[in-house]
Ligand binder design. Structure first.
Ligand code: FE
Length: 136
């Protein structure tokens, strides 16, 4: 079931988010690789959207790709993450957005492991970790 959308003005987001979160989630920025708090992180639980708290990824789907950003092979639910074509920066990529608040999370690449073959390459700054919280 689709969750209720969260829509806020840029000013509201700017007040609620850190400058780093605002730059990535609302400005489609990218944190520098190997700097994010969840790049090398092995906690068991659920990764939530740092903007709206929606459940985005289970730690069970996290793997180390060596890219410098946390990587997941599937979202917590089929409708957790919205995909959008992104032709910026001279590349054809698939952008990953939080389905609830449209916050920018990162990109999806077709070079992930089984069973999906996908790699959700996500900025740590777009995530908050909830220990032990079960994604369902
Ligand atoms: Fe969100």
């Amino acid at each position: 079931m689709a969750e209720k959308k969260v829509a806020k003005s840029a000013d509201e987001w700017r007040r609620e988010l850190s400058s780093e979160q605002f730059e990535v989630l609302r400005g489609k920025g990218t944190e520098r690789p190997f700097t994010g708090k969840y790049d090398h992180f092995g906690g068991e639980g659920t990764f939530l959207c740092a903007g709206c708290g929606a459940e985005l990824f289970s730690s069970k789907a996290k793997f180390d790709f060596g890219s410098g950003w946390p990587s997941f092979w599937e979202p917590a639910r089929d409708d957790s993450v919205t995909e959008k074509r992104d032709s910026s920066h001279g590349m054809e990529r698939t952008e990953a957005l939080c389905s609830r608040c449209d916050g920018h999370l990162g990109h999806i690449f077709p070079d992930g492991p089984d069973p999906t073959g996908l790699r959700y390459c996500i900025n740590s700054v777009s995530l908050e970790f909830a220990e032990g919280k079960k994604a369902d």
